[in-house]
Design a binder for this molecule. Structure first.
Ligand code: ATP
Length: 405
């Protein structure tokens, strides 16, 4: 199955200028046919780097998918035809499917260049269902599925996260996935500072969650919330310093604090807000503070170098330009993602193309409802309980929560 694209790869590399100075080209080392993909392993010509190939991945993606007159029919296609029930119609359907089929290409490197050419399409519908709660542990959230496995983001190892993408590709749904998962999984320990500069509507349903310390809808409110988060962070850092602990993990504090900012570009030019975000990103780790920084304009202005330096993971939906992709991923790629909502590149240790979970509002409401308390909440309540550790908060929660585990 899958056809043999070896010569195409060599030609495309040649045409894209991926040839070393002495004229050596990529040389096939191995081709392996698996159920859903074909892997091509090439020797890297001396003097070229994997990044040279990464930057031109779209040449390979387009070149391998360039339509030929003969469709790529294989033995399993022929075997799938049932001769008893309208074989002509089935042949037509196979030909149509072949015409529409896009082969996705992934590139990795382990001393050899490895191109995976996927023949089975990645699903474009990965619905968030209750079962997913069982597949994540600790401070993990589901990022999405690849053709092979579920990818998870762990906020205990990758503290801060950038979420980027053009409008309409799933950033807000992804943030709602983070908030809902952590609420469901870490009901007693999670705290949120939510900043929604797109008017507050997307996060509105979380407003009355016990776990939400505040919801800001504009710059003024964002400044207030960020100051509040910073002062809590400072208290916790001082407490740890006084007791001689290195971080919350060593001190045994189970609580974590998430500053979630949707459309961070809207406050990127606000010096006060920006300084606070950078400070929380930089010093928050040990104190249990995590930042999720979401933007549709991933330029160097929208994501400052200070924020970038403290972020060790990215979820990047489709972007319009290669320059925008580089601003998030340090590489091209997000601009050639298919125009499918929920399709993204996740980059932590390695890059994976994923379909992110689609979490419906109905599912969110059902999940968080037991934690909604419509009592008036004084912002300062929490600060005064802060250094008593988890116990004080646990007590109030035990009185109020109905249960979600
Ligand atoms: N993971 C997903 N799977 C399938 N469809 C999705 C997924 N995420 C989002 N969508 C669809 O895309 C639409 C837009 O998603 P979302 O509001 O999250 O986009 P956005 O990137 O935040 O856009 P904007 O920047 O304009 O707010 C959703 O209403 C939903 O129909």
């Amino acid at each position: 199955m899958g056809g043999n694209d070896t010569q195409k790869f060599v030609r495309i590399a040649d045409n894209a200028g991926l040839v070393s100075k002495d004229g050596s080209k990529i040389r096939i080392h191995r081709r392996t046919v698996k159920e859903n993909y074909v892997e091509y392993v090439f020797q890297l010509p001396q003097g070229l780097s994997v990044n040279d190939f990464q930057l031109k991945l779209d040449h390979f993606q387009d070149g391998i998918n360039a339509k030929t007159k003969l469709p790529d029919i294989n033995l399993s296609d022929v075997k799938s035809i049932n001769l008893k029930t309208n074989p002509i119609l089935q042949i037509r359907e196979i030909l149509q499917k072949k015409k529409e089929q896009i082969k996705d290409i992934e590139l990795s490197f382990d001393g050899m260049l490895k191109f995976k050419v996927w023949t089975a399409p990645l699903t474009n519908n990965f619905l968030y269902e209750k079962e997913l709660f069982k597949k994540v542990s600790g401070w993990e959230v589901p990022v999405g599925i690849t053709r092979e496995k579920l990818i998870k983001h762990n906020f205990e190892t990758e503290y801060n996260l950038i979420v980027a993408g053009s409008p309409g590709y799933g950033k807000t749904v992804f943030l709602k996935n983070i908030i809902t998962t952590l609420t469901a999984r870490q009901i007693k320990n999670v705290n949120f500072f939510l900043i929604d500069l797109k008017g507050g509507l997307a996060f509105n349903r979380f407003k009355w969650l016990e776990q939400v310390r505040g919801l800001a809808k504009d710059k003024k409110e964002a400044l207030k919330i960020l100051k509040q988060a910073q002062s809590m962070m400072n208290e916790r850092i001082n407490f740890l310093l006084q007791r001689g602990y290195e971080d919350v993990a060593e001190a045994g504090f189970p609580e974590r604090y998430f500053v979630v900012i949707d459309e961070a570009a809207d406050i990127a030019n606000d010096k006060d807000c920006q300084e606070l975000i950078e400070d929380i990103c930089r010093r928050g780790r040990g104190a249990g503070f995590r930042t999720v920084y979401c933007t549709q304009y991933p330029s160097n202005q929208a994501i400052s170098s200070q924020v970038r330096q403290t972020v060790n993971a990215q979820v990047c939906f489709r972007l319009r330009t290669a320059a925008a992709s580089r601003a998030v991923l340090d590489a091209d790629g997000a601009e050639i993602l298919p125009r499918i909502p929920g399709r993204a590149i996740y980059w932590a240790d390695e890059r994976s193309v994923v379909q992110t979970p689609y979490i419906t509002n109905k599912f969110i409401d059902k999940t968080i409802k037991p934690n909604i308390t419509y009592r008036a909440r004084k912002d300062d309540d929490y600060v005064s309980n802060f250094n008593k550790g988890a116990k004080a908060r646990k007590y109030t929660l035990e009185l109020e929560e109905i249960g979600l585990s």
